[in-house]
Design a protein around this ligand. Structure first.
Ligand code: FES
Length: 243
C-alpha cells in the first residue's frame, strides 16, 4: 500500500487536449532523492524524447536537462534512453512506446538530473588542437591509404559526448583522449591544407592516444550521427605508426 501511495504521489499526468496522443511513462534519474522520478505524459505524434522531457518539465520545473538546437546539431541534449546514449531531440517515441528510462550520460559527473559535467570531454578535445592550422606544402598521406574524401564524414561530429559515454576506456583511463577527439584529429591530419600533421600524429600516438583504444566499437554503436570513430582511431593508429 505504501508503494502504491508513493507511486500515486510521484506520477504526474499531462494530457494534450483532444489531439491523438501517445501516453508514455517516464522514469527519470534525479539527483535529489526526494524529487519526482516518474511522470506520465501524453504526446502528439510524431514525438521525440525531448518532447517528453519538456512535458515532464512542465509538470516539475525543477527537472534538469540540456538542449538548444532541437535539430541534432548542437549536441547538448545527449542522454541515455533505456541505457543507450542518444540525442533526445532525435530519438523518436513511437506510438507503441509504453515507458522509457532516462538517465544522464555515463562516464561524466552529474551536475543535476540529466545534466552532466562535460569538462573531461572538452579537455581531451582541446588536447588535439581541434582547429585548422594553415601551413605550407607537406608530404602526402601514406601511399594507398585513405584520401581526405574518405574521412570527410568525420566532420559531421557534433561533440555530443555519446561516444565518450559508451567508451569503457575513458572511465578507467583518465588520460585517454577518447573517440571524439581522436576522430577530430583524424579529420585534420587528413586535411591537405593543414600544416600541423606531424604534431597531430605525435599527440595521437603518445600516452593517452590511439594505442589505448580496445576496439570494442561501443563508440561507433553509440554515435547518433552514424559516424565510425573506431575506424578513425584505427586509421590514425596506422598513420601515427608510420609517421
Ligand atoms: S538539442 Fe541540439 S542536438 Fe539535440
Amino acid at each position: 500500500m505504501a508503494v502504491l501511495e508513493r507511486s500515486r504521489r510521484q506520477t504526474n499526468i499531462e494530457t494534450a487536449g483532444d489531439a491523438p496522443a501517445t501516453t508514455v511513462r517516464l522514469t527519470i534519474a534525479r539527483s535529489d532523492a526526494g524529487a519526482v522520478r516518474e511522470f506520465r505524459v501524453a504526446l502528439t505524434q510524431p514525438a521525440v524524447v525531448l518532447d517528453a522531457l519538456l512535458a515532464g518539465q512542465r509538470l516539475d520545473p525543477s527537472l534538469g536537462f540540456r538542449y538548444s538546437c532541437r535539430v541534432a546539431m548542437c549536441g547538448t541534449c545527449a542522454v541515455r534512453v533505456n541505457g543507450r546514449p542518444t540525442l533526445a531531440c532525435q530519438q523518436p517515441i513511437t506510438p507503441d512506446t509504453d515507458e522509457l528510462l532516462l538517465e544522464p550520460l555515463a562516464g561524466f559527473a552529474v551536475v543535476r538530473d540529466l545534466v552532466v559535467d562535460t569538462s573531461p570531454f572538452w579537455n581531451a578535445w582541446r588536447r588535439v588542437v581541434p582547429w585548422f592550422m594553415p601551413g605550407g606544402p607537406r608530404e602526402a598521406l601514406p601511399a594507398g591509404d585513405a584520401s581526405r574524401a574518405e574521412v570527410e564524414r568525420g566532420l559531421d561530429c557534433i561533440a555530443c559526448g555519446a561516444c565518450w559515454s559508451a567508451c569503457d576506456v575513458v572511465v578507467t583511463n583518465a588520460g585517454y583522449l577518447g573517440p571524439a577527439a581522436l576522430n577530430r584529429a583524424l579529420t585534420l591530419v587528413a586535411d591537405e591544407r593543414d600544416g600541423a600533421r606531424a604534431e597531430r600524429l605525435r599527440v595521437a600516438g603518445q600516452q593517452g592516444g590511439v594505442t589505448h583504444c580496445h576496439s570494442i566499437l561501443g563508440c561507433t554503436a553509440a554515435c547518433p550521427k552514424g559516424l565510425d570513430p573506431s575506424a578513425s582511431i584505427r586509421r590514425l593508429r596506422r598513420w601515427s605508426l608510420v609517421a
